[in-house]
Design a protein around this ligand. Structure first.
Ligand code: FAD
Length: 311
C-alpha cells in the first residue's frame, strides 16, 4: 500500500507493496518517456526520510491479511492497491504466445526492463508488426512503447471512430506524430497462431456507428460479411482493468460495490471496516494520479483524527 506522510509525533508505520519497487502504476505502468522514474524515486525517498518504512514483495491478502496486521499491533490501515486486474476480450486464440495485457506489457518494459534481457530476468517480446487493442491512454502508452522497442508498424485497433476514442487528445496527437496508425471502426473476432503457438494475425470485422449506448457514445454495429485479416506478431490488449479481488476477498466486514471496488466515504476515505481507510483506483476504479493522491491526503487527516480521538 502506498505510504502516507506522518504528522510530527507519530510512530512510523510500515507500508506494504506487492511489487519489488514502490510507486505503483507511476513506476510499472506509465512509461519513462512520460514520467521519468527519477521523479517518483525522489518522492519515495522523501517519504522514507520522513520515517515511512516500506516493505516490498508483500502481497496483502495472500502473504498477510488486514486482520493479521491488526493482530501484529497496527492501529490503522490505508488500502491503496489500485485496480490492476486486466480485462481481456475473451476471443478464440487470446492465449497465444505474443498476446499481452497492457498491464503485463508495460510492467515487463518499465519495471522489469525486459528489453535488456538477459541482463534483466524477465524478457519482453519485441514485435515487428504490433497491434494494440483499445483506444484509451493506456493503449497510447502501449503503442508508443512498442514503437520505442523497435516495431516496424504499430496499429491501434478500435471499434468506434476517432471522435469516441477515450484517450486524451494530446495522447492521440503524440501517438499519431510517432507514426502510430489508427485502424478505426474495426473489431477483432479471433486470433490466429502458427504451429509453435505464436500469434500471426487476427480476424477483424468492420463496424459502423449506430445509436448512442449507455455511455452516450454511438454504439459500434458489425457490418455483416466484412471479415478481413490483419497480420501481426505481437498484440497488446488494452481494454481496461478491474479491481483485483485478492485483498478484498481476504478482508471480511468491508463493503464493496458491484464492480468489486471498496466502498469508502468520499471525504474521509473511511471504509465500513473499523480502522481501515481506502482510496485511489481501488475505490474509484481506474482514474487519475491526482485523485489517488487527494484521497490519500484526505484519509491521512481522518486517520490522524482517529489515532488521536477515536473512530
Ligand atoms: C499505463 C497507464 C498510464 C496512466 N497515465 C496516467 C496519466 O498520464 N495521468 C494520470 O493522472 N493517471 C494516469 N494513469 C492512472 C494512474 O496511474 C492511476 O489512477 C493511479 O496510479 C492510481 O493510484 P493508486 O495508488 O490507487 O494505485 P496504483 O498506482 O495502482 O498503486 C497500487 C500499489 O499497490 C500495490 N498492490 C497492489 N495489490 C497489492 C496487494 N494485494 N498487497 C500489497 N500491495 C499491493 C501495487 O504493487 C502498487 O504499488 C495511468 C494508468 C496506467 C495503467
Amino acid at each position: 500500500m502506498p505510504c502516507l506522510p506522518y504528522a510530527a509525533g507519530y510512530v512510523p508505520r510500515k507500508s506494504s507493496v506487492k511489487a519489488h519497487k514502490p510507486g505503483g502504476v507511476l513506476v510499472y505502468g506509465i512509461p519513462e518517456f512520460r514520467l521519468p522514474k527519477e521523479i517518483v524515486a525522489s518522492e519515495v525517498a522523501t517519504l522514507e526520510k520522513m520515517g515511512a518504512n516500506i516493505e516490498c514483495n508483500a502481497v496483502v491478502g495472500a502473504s498477510v491479511t488486514i486482520d493479521e496486521l491488526f493482530e501484529e499491533g497496527y492501529d490503522a490501515v490505508y488500502i491503496g492497491v489500485g485496480a490492476g486486474l486486466p480485462r481481456f476480450m475473451n476471443l478464440p486464440g487470446e492465449n497465444l504466445i505474443g498476446i499481452y495485457s497492457a498491464n503485463e506489457y508495460l510492467t515487463r518494459t518499465n519495471l522489469m526492463k525486459g528489453y535488456l534481457f538477459p541482463k534483466y530476468d524477465t524478457p519482453i517480446a519485441k514485435g515487428k508488426n504490433v497491434v494494440v487493442l483499445g483506444a484509451g491512454n493506456v493503449a497510447m502508452d502501449s503503442a508508443r512503447t512498442a514503437m520505442r522497442l523497435g516495431a516496424e508498424s504499430v496499429k491501434v485497433v478500435y471499434r468506434r471512430s476517432r471522435d469516441e476514442m477515450p484517450a486524451r487528445e494530446e495522447e492521440l496527437h503524440h501517438a499519431q506524430e510517432e507514426k502510430i496508425e489508427f485502424v478505426l471502426l474495426t473489431n477483432p473476432t479471433q486470433f490466429f497462431g502458427d504451429e509453435n503457438g505464436r500469434v500471426t494475425g487476427m480476424e477483424c470485422l468492420k463496424m459502423e456507428l449506430g445509436e448512442p449506448d449507455d455511455s452516450g457514445r454511438r454504439r459500434p454495429v458489425p457490418i455483416e460479411g466484412s471479415e478481413y485479416r490483419i497480420d501481426c506478431d505481437l498484440v497488446v490488449v488494452s481494454v481496461g482493468s478491474n479491481a483485483n479481488p485478492l485483498l478484498t476477498n481476504a478482508t471480511p466486514n468491508m463493503s464493496l460495490n458491484r464492480w468489486g471496488n471498496i466502498v469508502a466515504d468520499p471525504l474521509t476515505g473511511k471504509t465500513t471496516k473499523k480502522a481501515v481507510w481506502a482510496g485511489g483506483d481501488i475505490v474509484t476504479g481506474a482514474a487519475t494520479v491526482i485523485l489517488a493522491m487527494g484521497a490519500g491526503r484526505a484519509a491521512a487527516n481522518s486517520m490522524h483524527d482517529y489515532l488521536t480521538m477515536g473512530w
